[in-house]
Each structure stands twice: as structure tokens, then as C-alpha cells.
Design a binder for this molecule. Structure first.
Ligand code: NAD
Ligand code: LMR
Length: 340
């Protein structure tokens, strides 16, 4: 038995409602952070999760002890901040969510986080490639456009890269898009779905209003709405005034994505989420990763949907996104090549 780990939970057995194929271990790396804590809370409330593994460089066991008192059936384990603790957290995980890393302060771009977060994500990816090479890896740490290619390069170097199991979490962009459009149209956001393609930063976030319920939104209203979706993160960074970026809405978005993957793994059909994956859509233009609507299945990525018909205005947005994405992706790859 791994001595450094602390296991909590009323029942140490599998959740009673989960069959063997449904027993799902989910690991959160960065679990004690602003996103990590509410994300772990939402996962603890999810009956599809049978085992929750929490790892952080500080505070993982404390968060686990707290969550373990919630009367749902899953076990919660907090792991010590050691290589052995990280390995134990990852071993057997079906899903690994990575919100580890520093958030923005006002005036910063997501790319300004690269110098700190690139090495954090690289090191966690190395551990995952060794301990949980078959897991679905969900990258939340920014800049997502670069951290996802970092994970892919690390997995390639270890000979275990499976592009169907690596996802940049862009769910918050579609969550925001449906909320913001509902505010413009005074509708229920539950009935709004706006596809958002590209990546996860500024102009790489491309909302396709022409494919929403409201293709009629035009002119200044359209420009303001698109800008708000592209720069929604900045709104939160500014309001938090130095205390970080979106955490609660991100936790909801991360939990939604994990839930979708679990549903797909457990046999539900037609589960589609937008996500930043290795994609054939713009490879001919040198852009190897792209977010679009992706159908999920038991093996991860089942089908990458085409962007579809877009307006001339949106075509220009996609063009601008591709130019930035190409640089962001290359930056991640170069980092691993130079700092293996
Ligand atoms: P935070 O500082 O509150 O929490 C980060 C946590 O990571 C901390 O608890 C820290 O101890 C931990 N950590 C740092 N290095 C680690 C390592 N090597 N191993 C394990 N844990 C480590 O930050 P936050 O607000 O939770 O944001 C985390 C990241 O998520 C940021 O990079 C932020 O930009 C990003 N983010 C992404 C999205 C998205 O849509 N993808 C949305 C919001 C935030
Ligand atoms: C977001 O979109 O809220 C996150 O990427 C965090 C940020 O830096 O804005």
C-alpha cells in the first residue's frame, strides 16, 4: 500500500451503482487551486465518478479530506506532492483534468503565462505518459493553444501519444457564448447553442453566430457580442482585480466536459462537445490543432465535425485565428524540443 497517500470515504469499495465498466477514476492535477477545488466538488457530486484522485503541489490531502465528507458514494483520495504521490494519483485514471498553473492578472495575455505554465504542464504530462498513458487528458492550464501541443509532444517522445485522447478544454467559450447571446436576445441560455471554433485565446476564439438560433444578429450588436465572447475571460480577470481569472464558471465547464466523456465512455451516443484537438480541418494550412464540435465515444474522439458554412465575416475571423494558432502551436512544440 502506498504509504504517503491518505484515503477518505465512507466506503472503500466501488460505488454501489457503478458496474465494473462504469467504475471511473478521475484525477485532478492542481486540485487545490481556484478551479481545482470547485471542479473537484462537482466531480464528487457526479455519480458517474467512482474514485476521485486529487493532486496538487500543496493542499491536495486537505481538499480531499473536506470533500470526502460529502455523502456521495465515490472515494476521494488526496495525494502527497511527491513523484510517488503523483504516480499513484494517475495510475488507473480514465480521465485526467489538468488545471495546474498560474492564472492571469489584469494586463496579461494568456500567452504571458507560457513561461511558467509550459514547464508545469510538461512535467505533469511526463508523469501521465508513464502512469496513465491510456487516460483521456483534459488540459485546462493556459495558454491552451500551446499547452495541448506540449502534452502531445511529451506523449510522442514517450511513444504513447493517442490524438483521440488529448483535449484542450474550450467548453467555457461555448458556455459564455450561450449565456451572452441569451442576454442580447432575452432568451433562456439553456435553449441557446453557439458553436465556437478555433482555439482558446482572444482572436483564436471564433463564435459562429450564423450557426446559432440568431443568425440575424448583425452590425454593431454582432461585433459587440463576438468581442464579448472572445474576451470574456478578460472581463473576469479585470473584475477579480489581481486575484486570478475565471474559476467557478471554469469548474462548471470542466465538469461538463468530463461528464460528457464519461457518458460517451459508458455507451451514450451522440455526445458532442467543442474541444481543441489534433484535427485534420486546417492541417493543409499548417494548423494541426483546432477546436470544433467533436463527437465523443468510448475511445475519446469519435468524429471531428467540419466547421460548416460560415458567413464572410466569420471567414475573416477564422483566418485571423489560424494565423495566431499556428504560432501558438509551434511555440508549444519548440518548448518541448528545446526543454525535453
Ligand atoms: P490557481 O493559482 O488558483 O490554482 C492553480 C493550482 O495549481 C494551485 O493550487 C497550485 O498549487 C497548483 N499547481 C501549480 N503547479 C503545480 C504542479 N506542478 N502540479 C500540481 N499542481 C500545481 O489558478 P486557477 O485559477 O485554478 O487557474 C489554473 C489555470 O487554468 C491557469 O493557467 C488559468 O489560466 C487556466 N484557466 C483555463 C481556462 C480554460 O478555459 N481553459 C479557464 C480558466 C482558467
Ligand atoms: C478564461 O477564458 O476565463 C480563462 O482562459 C482564463 C483567462 O485567463 O481568461
Amino acid at each position: 500500500m502506498f504509504a504517503a497517500r491518505q484515503t477518505f470515504g465512507l466506503f472503500q469499495k466501488r460505488a454501489f451503482s457503478a458496474s465494473a465498466s462504469q467504475a471511473s477514476k478521475v484525477a485532478v492535477l492542481g486540485a487545490a487551486g481556484g478551479i481545482g477545488q470547485p471542479l473537484s466538488l462537482l466531480l464528487k457530486l457526479n455519480p458517474r465518478v467512482s474514485e476521485l484522485a486529487l493532486y496538487d503541489i500543496r493542499g491536495g490531502p486537505g481538499v480531499a479530506a473536506d470533500l470526502s465528507h460529502i455523502n456521495t458514494n465515490s472515494t476521494v483520495t488526496g495525494y502527497e506532492a511527491t513523484p510517488a504521490g503523483l504516480k499513484a494519483a494517475l495510475t488507473g485514471a480514465e480521465i485526467v483534468l489538468i488545471p495546474a498553473g498560474v492564472p492571469r492578472k489584469p494586463g496579461m495575455t494568456r500567452d504571458d503565462l507560457f513561461n511558467t505554465n509550459a514547464s508545469i504542464v510538461r512535467d505533469l504530462a511526463k508523469a501521465a505518459a508513464e502512469a496513465s498513458p491510456d487516460a483521456n487528458i483534459l488540459v485546462i492550464s493556459n495558454p491552451v493553444n500551446s499547452t495541448v501541443p506540449i502534452v502531445s509532444e511529451v506523449f510522442k517522445a514517450k511513444g504513447v501519444y493517442n490524438p483521440k485522447r488529448l483535449f484542450g478544454v474550450t467548453t467555457l467559450d461555448v458556455v459564455r457564448a450561450s449565456r451572452f447571446i441569451s442576454q442580447v436576445k432575452e432568451t433562456d441560455p439553456a435553449n441557446e447553442a453557439v458553436p465556437v471554433v478555433g482555439g482558446h485565446s482572444g482572436v483564436t476564439i471564433v463564435p459562429l453566430l450564423s450557426q446559432s438560433n440568431h443568425p440575424d444578429i448583425e452590425g454593431e450588436t454582432r461585433d459587440a457580442l463576438v468581442n464579448r465572447i472572445q474576451f470574456g475571460g478578460d472581463e473576469v480577470v479585470k473584475a477579480k482585480d489581481g486575484a486570478g481569472s475565471a474559476t467557478l464558471s471554469m469548474a462548471m465547464a470542466g465538469a461538463r466536459f468530463a461528464e460528457s466523456l464519461l457518458k460517451a465512455a459508458q455507451g451514450e451516443k451522440g455526445i458532442v462537445e467543442p474541444t481543441f484537438v489534433e484535427s485534420p480541418l486546417y492541417k493543409d494550412q499548417g494548423v494541426d490543432f483546432f477546436a470544433s464540435r467533436v463527437e465523443l465515444g468510448p475511445n475519446g474522439v469519435e468524429k471531428i465535425h467540419e466547421v460548416g458554412k460560415v458567413s464572410p465575416y466569420e471567414e475573416k475571423l477564422v483566418e485571423a485565428a489560424l494565423a495566431d494558432l499556428k504560432k501558438n502551436i509551434q511555440k508549444g512544440r519548440d518548448f518541448v524540443a528545446q526543454n525535453p
